[in-house]
Design a protein around this ligand. Sequence first.
Ligand SMILES: C[S@@+](CC[C@H](N)C(=O)[O-])C[C@H]1O[C@@H](n2cnc3c(N)ncnc32)[C@H](O)[C@@H]1O
Length: 304
Amino acid sequence: MFSEDKKEFPVGNGKIIQGNCLEYLSEKPFSERIDLTFLDPPFNQNKEYNYFDDNLPIAQYWEMMFKVCEGVHRITSDGGAIYFMQREKNTEYVLKCLRETGWTLQNLIIWKKKTSAVPCNTKYGIHYQIIAFATKDPPRIFNRLRISPPLPPNYKYERDNGVYVTDVWDDIRELTSGYFAGDEAIRKSTGERFHKQQAPIALLLRIILSSTKPGDVVLDPFAGTGTTLVVAEQLGRKSIGIEIDPENVKCIKDRVNNIREADNVEKYYKDFIHTENLNEIWNLKSDTTVSKKKKLQTLNLFEG
Ligand SMILES: C[S@@+](CC[C@H](N)C(=O)[O-])C[C@H]1O[C@@H](n2cnc3c(N)ncnc32)[C@H](O)[C@@H]1O
């Protein structure tokens, strides 16, 4: 099942592929049908990556993203979903890329992070990132999550049963550097963050709960630290990650096989209790959530 040269490794109920996602998505036959893909590529903003030039000519970068979206579309089940995260300034490219590769846009989600805006001199400061949610034809599944955000100051009465999640997500904090990133941020023994682009588990929890059911297959072609895989595993979804940097692959293996307390999704369960079909989609019976969790603050690979 796993290739001889050990480029594919089983992790939890899924696998991590060490390699270039373009190669896997455009050329090789893919054995699984994918139900949901989370796409969080480098944003081409000159950040430091060991195995990626994050300062490509714009046309080359979007040619690459086109191939990724096309490849994901090819291996996605009918009605399957993609969530493509990007900087707001790239919105028009994202929408074009998805449209021209056959995806049907469902929502342009605004992720208004709970951190300060990026100041700008000649225009308004930037306070959000976009997540384009699209499907291959009409969605095969969409679970309408209900959450209980704090009551706005002009509201007099508590809500009895929460509100449906909308296309503006302003309740999920990004993992910034320093103290505020908390325990969830994976750190080296020096205290420095292991991967500056690590996504919050709350973000992936919302996406996976909304667009899949237990047993579905979730793909992350730019897996980074494996946030998608660690959440999918706890919810009883099968996950496939692709990551080019071997150090990140090592991190993913440890992170998914030894789920840390900081990555435990159970703490968010109460936030969704007003969701009509929560028990069905959360997969409470899964033994991955409770029994496999380990109270590790630092992953083994960073010791020594
Ligand atoms: C923005 S980060 C993803 C972070 C991830 N969402 C997380 O929560 O950790 C993008 C990742 O894509 C990886 N990458 C870049 N080019 C790649 C490629 N062609 N194939 C696979 N992975 C790639 C980088 O090494 C980096 O870890």
